[in-house]
Every structure is written in structure tokens, then in C-alpha cells.
Design a protein around this ligand. Sequence first.
Ligand code: PLZ
Length: 446
Amino acid sequence: MTTVAQQRVLRTAIPGPLSVELHQRKLATVSAGVGTGLPVYVERAGGGILVDVDGNQLIDFGSGIAVTSVGNAAPRVVERVQAQVADFTHTCFMVTPYEEYLEVCEALADLTPGDHEKRSALFNSGAEAVENAVKIARHYTGRQAVVAFDHAYHGRTNLTMALTAKNMPYKHRFGPFAGEVYRAPMSYPFRWPGGPADCAKESFDVFVSHVHSQVGADNVAAVVLEPIQGEGGFIVPAPGFVRQVADWCAEHGILFIADEVQTGFCRTGDWFASEHEGVVPDLITTAKGMAGGLPLAAVTGRAEVMDAIHGGGLGGTYGGNPVACASALGAIETMREEDLCGRARAIETIFLPRLQALAERFPQIGDIRGRGAMLAIELVRGAGDLTPDAALTAAVNKECHTQGLVILTCGTYGNVFRFLPPLVASDDLLAEGLDIFEAAFAKAAG
Ligand code: PLZ
């Protein structure tokens, strides 16, 4: 196993000449529709460092979009995957099954909220999990309508595009979209018309009246909600909102689906973000961090719901591939052994004071939000002017990249920085990344 020194090293300009060369090949061979945030070509990675083809070592504040929470090429992941690849790579669980699939489902039953009887089904991507959760909810309830929220992100397949809120780049000219999908206003304290206090008071009532007037509770199979929205801007709903929505669903025979693809597996300081308000979702979708970098996703839910589906109704050639399952078992073992939920909470205490200090210097930082190692700042024109500042966001982003910090933006208005470091990154590495971010911010905003 290669070990990568946990420090930034800049040998060339970013991107370096070899990356530039590879990027020319990319343009000639990969669809222009597949973008790259930072065209630095990675050769190796470990922990919180990416090593590019020019020998630069970049600090990773994105974890491949919240995936490598256990670090890149985490030792237990590598070990289990290598052993599994040598044993067998695929049989298709629907043809001849294997134990690793069961072990992942057992871990999901154990770790997800609630101590009721649970069942899981495994898939390849977050979108596939969300799409299957909707299939299951429709089948079980015999109803068709699904309610999602403003700023939601649930994937790029046809049904999940319909659930996703943002047009560019996800939906533009890709319709028509799947039917019976309805959108409700999101509890978004920073941008609630009357301010955060009114948001906590009003957002649940607005949701309910919206569904009653535009859909009818009796027609709704499921409400799909990210307990902290991801791509839409790391929007943390007002306290109590997730709980109220889940309880209201239960009262109306509607399944509450928590999309924890981005928030799940220690990222927010709990195993699942739903736990923060004591919410027990009927169905929960997971992917990303669960499998340490290999493609694996799941729907986990109440046994009576999951077992209501006819035999053969759920599946797919690769869902729960044995190598991906082995990777997940290595990742979950790492989270347990190294208490990565605790580490996520510690990361919050490292980041928050630094971000607060930066916000005192720069009025363009309108909001700081998130939980654990899922934190964000929202950039606006300045004090009292909440106009999103996507241009400043892009300028800071570019400067971070130049300095060897891989950082991600998000948000409906493209004006949010999100911080998603691997949970195993050392305090020193996190501090160095924050130094770079602060300097980049000062340079672009100053
Ligand atoms: N649900 C909450 O965050 C994936 C998308 C990146 P897949 N988010 C990253 C992009 O631009 O495609 C995501 C998510 C939530 C579902 C998904 C979809 O997961 O594994 O990308 O399909």
C-alpha cells in the first residue's frame, strides 16, 4: 500500500503541464457534457491529499463530493477490496448471492435510525437509490404523488431530475420529466422572507398548506427530504422542521424518505443527520460515504414496506457488487473503530471559529451553516444586501485551486462554499487548508 505524506506540495503551476496535456486529450475524447471542476489529473491519493501527475500534492476539502469520508485509499478499504477482488468480482446477487451483501444490509439495519425491523436493497448510485425508494413508496401506499423541496438535489436520472430543483446544469433541455412530482418551499432560514425566526415558525405551515392545496395529502405516496440539503447549498432547515414534516407524513399515511446520500455515515457528526431531531424515516437512502469510494447505494426501510414488493421487483445487474460491499464493510469498520462521528464534531469546532472570524472581516459572508464536517458559507454582496455573489465565489474558488486546495461550491445561486474534508484529515492539514482558503478569500474579496 502506498502512503501519501499528509502535506501540500506545489511543484508546478496548477494545473501542471502533464495535467494540461491530459486535459487536451479529455477534450478530444470525453463528452463536453461531463465537466471537471479542477482539471488536475490525479495519480494517487491517500487520507486528505491528492497527488497529481505533475507531482503536486493538493489538500482535499471535497472528498470527491462527500465520498471519501474515511480518507482516500483508506487502509481497511484497500485491504478488504484487494482480498475480495482476488476471491471473486461478480456473480450478480440476483443469480447467486454472497455473504458480503448481507453484511452490508445488517450494518445498515444496525446503524440507521430506529430499532424496528428493517430490510435493505442495494444499488449502484444515489440516484438509483432515490428512484427505488420512490418506486417502493408508490407500490406500498398505492398512491402516486411525490413531494420534494425547493433547492433539492436527488440525482440525474429521469425521475430524480424531476425531484431535483435546479435547472442549470442538471435539467436544462433534458425533459420531459417524470410526472406526479410536486415541489414545496424549503425551510431556508437565511432567505426566509421574514428572517430566520419567522422561518422556524412558518415554514412547516407553508409546507402543509402547499401540499393540501396543490396535491392533496391523500394522493401523496412520499415526501423526499435531505435533512441538510447538499447540492442546493448546504441548507439546514429551521430547527424542528424535519421532525414536523416526518410526523405530519405519519399522520397522513405518507412515507417519509430521508435522502441521506450526502449527509449519511458520520458526515454531520451523527451516523445519520435525521438523528439530530430524533427522526426515524420510513425509508432512508444512502450512498457516497458508505462505501469509501466504490459505487454502492442502498434503500433501507421498515420491513413491512420493503417486504411488500413482489419478488424480483427490485434489483439490477451490479447492485450490491461484492467488491463495493467489501469496500463498504472496510469503510464502516473504519468509522466505528476511529469514531469518525466524533471526529466530524471535532472538525466543526476547528472550522467554525475560523469561518466566524473570516465573516467578521468580510461582510460578503452572509451565512455560516452546517453540522459536523458538512459546513458551508453563503456569499452575498455585503451587509444587508443578500444578493448572491456567484462571481466572488468563483474568484475565491479559482484562487484556492491555484494554491493547491481542492474545494467545492454549491447552491442554487452558485454562491456557497462547502467544506467536506475527509474525516481522517489531521488538525494540521485542516488548518493549512483553512489558511489557504482565508488568504484566497482576502485576495479575491479585498
Ligand atoms: N441525493 C442528497 O447529494 C449526489 C452530485 C454530483 P449519485 N450529489 C452529488 C453531480 O453533479 O452529479 C446526490 C446527493 C443526494 C442523491 C444524489 C445522487 O447520487 O450517486 O450521484 O447518483
